[in-house]
Ligand binder design. Structure first.
Ligand code: PLP
Length: 444
């Protein structure tokens, strides 16, 4: 059955006509093998969409339901689940790229993905060009005849920079390359990259889609034919598949995704408005404010502005420590997109050294964007939406003057981050400092 409403699809897509025993909620199939026919081929290469279940590494009814549901939310044919978001990303890279191939990679993206493209892909003989994908000329210049894949994140972790999916897809197609979009920060409620020309979408299911901070998972969504090849070579043979139990938890979280995303966005807008009035805050970066450097693009390709915001503050490092001590509902931990409040602080110098390796213009562009930033993922359906856009213009000019002497700090916040939020708001808080003293080399 084809459902049109996103909310209905989040609950029903992928369901079989009638679950065993007439169960209304999806059953959890933990079996690792299935009774089958004597003459069935045992080769992964012979797997077809009609093949019966044989062994859970090949396919499992609970995992299949999740794959169909996320594919439906993305408006696509097929999904393929992995044990984590990173397993999905690296599975895609290793399947599509080999010796002599070229990857154009966003210079700022989830740290694990960027590090992989600096460390492991070159060892496999893959050439990688890291590029600021918000600059279309830079993307065009980076493309080569042997470019097979362009990989972007939008909004990107950790600075909320956006990439124009439609334009980058057009450029990639010009040299016969595929565009893959890590849409973890947006979720299918906000952006559907395949509708804009991307060839593949990746999600860390660990974040918004699961939404409860209790399961790791990843998915690639795209055309059936390509995914069938990735399933047999990466899923079945490399074996990093999703456990049915995690699939079941993520399916359960997914049912409320459209409602949660609306709540994340309402909370983020509320906090963006609150922060812009705070005397210690110099600048707020949030795709819902017209001061966001790519506000027009946000309006073009995002249905909602997202649950993440960043802000700059005077003496941010000190403020970060203070918040770490004082926030009552916030735990000091990595991750994002679920109902608990987390806080994390990391030095920008260290992330530059360990991960992004930006210098010169690239580093300046990063600092222009990140500055002293407080970024937030927010979750709370009881918070009213406040539109800060009208007075923000006046305020934005003031911060431009003040940030010239800014002490560099970047913070990322998600969920129930500020104790002032009413109950019902969930959060995650990540902190980063350009001044760079404390912290881990990367955030998850
Ligand atoms: N993609 C993005 C944008 C992320 O933020 C993360 C983790 O934070 C990942 C991928 C990796 O996901 P996982 O932790 O599920 O491997």
């Amino acid at each position: 059955m084809k459902y049109t409403s996103l909310r209905t699809r989040a609950i029903h897509a992928g369901e079989s006509a009638r679950a065993p025993g007439g169960a209304v909620a999806p059953p959890l199939h933990m079996a690792n093998s299935y009774m089958t026919e004597a003459d069935l081929s045992f080769s992964a290469e012979r797997l077809t969409p009609d093949s019966p279940y044989i062994y859970t590494r090949w396919g499992n009814p609970t995992v299949s339901m999740l794959e169909k549901r996320v594919a439906s939310l993305e408006g696509s044919e097929e999904g393929l689940c992995f044990s984590s978001g990173m397993a999905a990303i690296t599975g895609l890279f290793t399947h599509l790229l080999g010796t002599g191939d070229h990857l154009v990679m966003s210079d700022v993206a989830y740290a694990g993905a960027v590090e992989y493209t600096y460390d492991l892909l070159p060892q496999m003989g893959v050439a990688v060009t890291h590029v600021d994908v918000s600059d279309l000329d830079a993307v065009r210049d980076a493309l080569r005849p042997n470019t097979r894949l362009v990989h972007i994140e939008t909004p990107c972790n950790p600075i909320l920079r956006l990439a124009d999916i439609e334009q980058i897809a057009r450029l990639a197609h010009g040299v016969g390359a595929l565009l893959s979009v890590d849409s973890t920060f947006a979720s299918p409620v906000i952006t559907r990259p395949l509708m804009l020309g991307a060839g593949l979408v990746i999600h860390s299911l660990t974040k918004y889609l699961g939404g409860h901070g209790d399961a790791l998972g990843g998915i690639i969504v795209g055309r059936s034919e390509l995914l069938a090849r990735i399933r047999s070579r990466v899923g079945i043979h490399a074996g990093g598949i999703l456990s049915p139990f995690n699939a079941w938890l993520i399916l359960r979280g997914l049912t409320t995704l459209p409602l949660r995303m609306q709540a994340h966005c309402d909370s983020a807008m509320h906090i963006a408005a609150m922060l812009t009035q705070h005397p210690r805050v110099k600048r707020v970066i949030y795709p819902g404010l017209d001061s966001h450097p790519q506000y027009r693009l946000a309006q073009k390709q995002m249905r909602l502005p997202g649950g993440m915001l960043t802000f700059q503050a005077d003496d941010g490092e000190k403020m970060a420590r203070q918040l770490q001590r004082r926030l009552q509902l916030v735990s000091y931990a990595v991750s994002l997109g679920h109902v608990h409040s987390l806080i994390y602080y990391i030095g920008t110098d260290s992330i530059m050294e360990s991960t992004f390796h930006l210098r010169g213009g690239g580093l300046t562009a990063y600092k222009d964007y990140a500055g002293e930033v407080f970024s937030a993922f927010l979750w709370g359906w009881r918070i009213p939406m406040i539109c800060a856009a009208t007075w923000h213009r006046r305020w934005a000019n003031a911060w431009r003057r003040r940030t010239l002497n800014a002490q560099p700090l970047q913070w990322c916040l998600a969920g129930r981050c500020l104790s002032r939020l009413p109950p019902g708001a969930g959060s995650l808080l990540l902190l980063r400092s350009l001044a760079g003293s404390a912290g881990c080399p990367a955030t998850a």
